[in-house]
Structure formats: structure tokens, C-alpha cells
Design a protein around this ligand. Structure first.
Ligand code: TXA
Ligand code: MG
Length: 345
């Protein structure tokens, strides 16, 4: 907190989502209109927002994040009607999914209209759009009276922020305002779904599970590495990474425990500081190592919610190596495993 206040280039404002201070949110909305950068909470992770219709402002996002221009941004809006202004085609199936899952952790990729700049979409003829399920995010979009382009508010390829202090640690000085509304509820990014193709294709697993999308659109598929190259660089093989080297152990049960202990001891013998990401049940299985618990193995939502913050804690402890347990490949577990595999590179 102290550190927050001392930094003069970045203003921190605290907004309680259950009791919104509209005066403060109006100021943040005005900052967006003036072409400034505002980091804001969503239900997934914190976003680094700018006026999506202002190219100069959008360029600042790439600069602040050190993000390459080939990685397109998500445009955040507050209601379905608005989307017609930005997309060429709004397929019926997308409308249905929007009505079911928005506001929520689903991003859909549409054929874009000219109004959306090539800078936002990295020259693609499509635009990614999402209505976030967070009162402060929705309030900010409404107060700004603009669509808000926002990637996750972290340095490019680093773990996404689930707390305002993560944003501060990555982007202090290069973002004008950070809105602190506490921890994000989901903790992993939105599911990115391409609705321009048949069948519909999941480009990134995330907050809306494959299973729940499949219940509505049975033919839906998860894109393979080959078919999504260049479409969603956020899916680059090395992404969502802590600073420490991450090793994901894919064995199950006893074999997993034994393998993790063996690796941990090996690295410690080489003088490395080792951290371990584990489920609650296994907390005591790795004596002598820094063990960070993400949740009960069965409670995949909790594991998703805590994963990024615990990776950051192990980074703060200056671990050289982080060894992670694996999680069940169902529901939110799919997105967790996707992120861990990418973080492991
Ligand atoms: O939950 C989230 O999605 C968060 C919050 C802030 O909304 N945002 C987020 O943004 O994770 P970002 O930029 O970190 O990830 C956006 C992903 C990237 O993988 C990007 O490549 C993909 O969406 N994407 C954006 N526009 C696209 C497009 N036109 N076609 C395909 N993929 C696109
Ligand atoms: Mg990101």
C-alpha cells in the first residue's frame, strides 16, 4: 500500500464492487476517453484498458506491456446491442451463446467492421469481443462511453494478474490508473471462441468450460496447435509464465508424488531454490520445500482461482524452479492444464 502511494505516475483507486463509488469510476471513465491507460478488474483477471476506438491510446497498451503487435486485443463492451457496430456478421449461434454466457468469461471472435482498427486486431479481419461479468468493469465501459480494448494487465508472456498489486508490480509507472477491486473471482482468462468458422473453434480454453459450450453447440471443437497458429498468439507455446522455470509433472497419484520429490531433491542438491504447486490434500507430502496450495484437487474452480497468485508468491520467494502437480483434465481443469503446459513451455 505504502509503495502504491509513493508512486507518482500511477494512481491507485479502490472501488468496492458491492458499493461502487461512481464519482471515482466516472474519473476513470473520463481517463479512458482522454486516451489514458486504466487497469481494471474483471471476473477473470485484471485488464489493461484503453479506448478501443483511439489508435494512439491502443498503441500505449502494446508499449506498456512490451507486447508484440502480432498479438491482437480483446474489445470489451457492456451490452449485446453495441456489438453490431463493430462486427460485420453476428451469427445466430453467437447471439445464442452471448445471451447464455454474457456477461461472462467468454470471448467471441467475429468478422470485424472497419471502425475497429488493424492495430487492435493485429491486421486480422476478425475482432475478439467480450462482455465481462464484473460491475466495476461494466461501469467503467459505460462511464467511458467507449468500447475498451484490454489484454491482461501483465508484462507480455508473464502470468496474468488476479490482484491489483500484481498489476502494480508489472506495470507501475506505465499505466495511469489502477482500479483495485480485490481478487478476481475466476483467476484464469476467458475462453476464446472463433465463431467465424464451422465448426465453432475454441482458440483458448478458459472461464467457460468446453463441456458447457458443448452442451449448447455439440459440434464445437478445441483448436489444435496447428490450426490456431497465428490466430491466437496468446496461445504461444511459452506463455503465462512465472519468472522461475516451471516443470509440470504429468504422472498421476503416487507416481506423481515420487517424481516431484525426486526432482525437487535433485534441484536442491544443485543449489536451486525449489517451490511446489500442490493441491490441499498433498500439502504435507513435500517436507522441506516451499509448497503453495491452490485448493482441493476436486475443487478445480478454486485451483484455477489461486494458481496465478501462488505462482507469483513462489517468484517473490525467489524460487529458481517451480514444480507443479497436474490437475484433472475436465471442466476448469482443462484450462488449468493448458496454462501450466504453456507456462512450462
Ligand atoms: O479474460 C480475459 O480474456 C482477459 C480479460 C482482461 O478480459 N483478457 C485477456 O486478454 O486475457 P489477452 O490479450 O491477454 O488475451 C487475448 C487472447 C490472445 O490469446 C489473443 O491472441 C486472442 O485473445 N485474440 C484476440 N483477438 C483475436 C482474434 N481476432 N482472433 C483470434 N484470437 C484473438
Ligand atoms: Mg494475456
Amino acid at each position: 500500500m505504502e509503495e502504491y502511494i509513493k508512486n507518482i505516475n500511477t494512481k491507485i483507486i479502490i472501488i468496492d464492487p458491492d458499493d461502487i463509488d461512481w464519482k471515482l469510476l466516472q474519473q476513470a471513465g473520463q481517463a479512458i476517453r482522454e486516451g489514458k491507460l486504466v487497469a481494471f478488474p474483471t471476473e477473470t483477471v485484471y485488464g489493461l484498458g484503453a479506448d478501443a476506438l483511439n489508435v494512439e491510446a491502443v498503441l500505449k497498451i502494446f508499449k506498456a506491456k512490451k507486447r508484440p503487435f502480432y498479438d491482437p486485443l480483446i474489445v470489451h463492451v457492456s451490452n449485446l446491442k453495441e456489438i453490431n457496430d463493430y462486427v460485420e456478421v453476428f451469427p445466430d449461434v453467437a447471439r445464442k451463446l452471448g445471451e447464455l454466457f454474457w456477461p461472462g468469461p467468454l470471448t467471441m471472435v467475429f468478422k470485424k467492421r472497419k471502425l475497429i482498427s488493424d492495430i487492435v486486431t493485429s491486421g486480422l479481419n476478425t475482432v475478439a469481443i467480450r462482455i465481462p461479468n464484473h460491475e466495476v468493469a461494466l461501469g467503467l465501459i459505460k462511464e467511458a462511453r467507449r468500447p475498451i480494448a484490454a489484454p491482461s494487465a501483465n508484462i507480455f508472456s508473464h502470468t496474468s494478474p488476479t490482484k491489483a498489486k500484481h498489476v502494480f508490480s508489472d506495470l507501475k509507472g506505465s499505466v495511469d490508473i489502477i482500479i483495485d477491486s480485490g481478487d478476481t473471482a475466476i483467476g484464469l482468462e476467458s475462453t476464446v471462441l472463433d465463431v467465424t468458422t464451422t465448426p465453432l473453434k475454441i482458440l483458448r480454453l478458459g472461464g467457460i468450460t468446453f463441456e458447457s459450450l458443448k452442451r449448447v453447440v455439440p459440434g464445437i471443437i478445441i483448436a489444435t496447435e496447428n490450426t490456431k497458429v497465428k490466430r491466437a498468439p496468446g496461445m504461444l507455446s511459452k506463455h503465462y509464465s512465472p519468472v522461475a522455470r516451471l516443470i509440470l509433472v504429468e504422472e498421476k497419484n503416487e507416481e506423481m508424488l515420487n517424481r516431484i520429490l525426486k526432482l525437487a531433491l535433485q534441484y536442491r542438491n544443485k543449489g536451486k531454490k525449489v517451490g511446489i504447486i500442490a493441491c490441499k490434500e498433498n500439502f504435507e507430502k513435500y517436507p522441506g520445500f516451499f509448497v503453495k496450495v491452490v485448493g482441493e484437487a476436486e475443487d478445480l474452480d478454486s485451483c484455477a482461482r489461486n494458481l496465478y497468485a501462488q505462482l507469483r508468491v513462489l517468484d517473490e520467494l525467489k524460487c529458481d524452479i517451480i514444480i507443479s502437480e497436474n490437475f484433472e483434465n475436465k471442466g476448469m481443469g482443462r484450462a488449468i492444464m493448458d496454462r501450466l503446459r504453456r507456462a512450462a513451455g
